[in-house]
Design a protein around this ligand. Structure first.
Ligand code: UDP
Length: 336
């Protein structure tokens, strides 16, 4: 396969940095653009060309695409927090939809051949059935999901009119960290369940809040399909290879294991990994949360031949917790 030069937007962020590692491990030439609003410079390996800036900066993006002879873009840069999107919807339409418009425009002008987009299960809204298939109705219930769905639509229309193909990977709940300890979730102000629970486990927080115990689920808490970030990164490399080999076709697929866990089940796994129980405080529902999201992943497994390596909540939580301890050690003054 022709391993073309890839630009990773948001490559200093959580999922993007794991994708950079997976691309490098598989021998693809990689460069990164990230404005470091949430990402960290240290997350990008030193041998990877790094550009600090925003993807909406058309002049910068065009310069990078030329310098790097970019033929493919993996597009992760964006805002990702559901409740924040409810409070600040225009931020989400700016950072996700408008910025993607600028990036796609620059890519079309530069003749980029493949764009792989980081989309989300939030495009489905509150689905009528689970597992969710890609063709099921997409009726987002929060601005985050809407902002991503608009970008998918832009890509679909632009790919029909211009000579590039695209993939949209709809992630379910991404968690864990590189099993070799090379990367993990940094970023301050975490909002995602497993990250927050691991922060509580290492003592950065006093307790963990459970948002909503009256959902129509087996234990009243929300059900999500948690996927290990390194399995997701592998899915990106496989999807990019597929786009290169099928230049006349596009790819839209769910990324998840097809198995749902409740908030309480996840917290049980964290307690087990930690060896002692976290204090749980039951609170009301959080804005914008659908009760249950589980991926139908037949396309992912059949089209890409992708097989997960870490499809076990104990592995996900174990890797996340190890990473959190590592972050804590780095913060702590060296022991004498
Ligand atoms: N959640 C929780 N406590 C937290 C963070 C999240 O109970 O401190 C719940 C949240 O309400 C949702 C699930 O955990 O039901 C997953 O939320 P997360 O923010 O991790 O991902 P999302 O599904 O919103 O993308």
């Amino acid at each position: 396969m022709n391993k073309v030069p890839v630009l990773v937007t948001g490559g200093a962020g959580y999922i993007g940095s794991h994708a950079v590692l997976a691309l490098e491990d598989a021998g693809w030439p990689v460069a990164v653009i990230d404005d470091l609003s949430n990402g960290s410079r240290e997350a990008v390996p030193p041998d990877v060309p790094f550009y600090e800036g925003n993807i909406a900066d058309r002049a910068l993006v065009e310069r990078i695409l030329g310098e790097q002879r970019t033929q493919a873009i993996m597009h992760f840069a964006g805002s990702i927090v559901v409740p924040e999107s409810v409070e600040h919807p225009l931020k989400y339409y700016a950072n996700n939809t408008l910025a993607s418009h600028a990036l796609i425009s620059a890519a079309v002008a530069a003749g980029v051949k493949h764009i792989l987009f980081s989309s989300t299960a939030a495009t489905y809204g509150a689905p009528e059935r689970v597992p969710i298939d890609e063709d099921d109705p997409k009726i987002p219930i929060n601005p985050y999901g809407a902002s991503k769905l608009m970008t998918e639509r832009m890509l679909e229309d632009a790919a029909a009119a211009h000579p590039f193909n695209y993939g949209a990977l709809r992630y379910f709940n991404v968690a864990g960290a590189d099993p070799e300890g090379r990367a993990g979730q940094r970023g301050k102000g975490a909002t995602h369940l497993i990250k927050i629970a691991c922060e509580a486990a290492v003592g950065k927080r006093g307790h963990i809040a459970v948002y909503g115990t009256d959902y129509p689920t087996r234990d009243g808490t929300c059900i999500r399909d948690y996927i290990h970030v390194s399995d997701l990164a592998e899915a990106h490399v496989a999807a990019l290879g597929w786009l290169v080999e099928h230049p006349a076709e596009n790819l839209v697929m769910n990324c998840g294991y097809g198995k749902g866990l409740s908030v309480l089940e996840v917290l049980d796994a964290v307690d087990k990994a930690n060896g002692s129980p976290l204090e749980r405080i039951m609170e009301g529902r959080r804005a914008g949360d659908p009760p249950e999201l589980v991926a139908g992943n037949a396309r992912l497994t059949s089209t890409l031949g992708w097989r997960p390596k870490f499809a076990d909540i104990d592995i996900i939580v174990g890797d996340a917790l190890r990473w959190e301890r590592k972050l804590l050690e780095r913060m702590a003054p060296a022991a004498s």
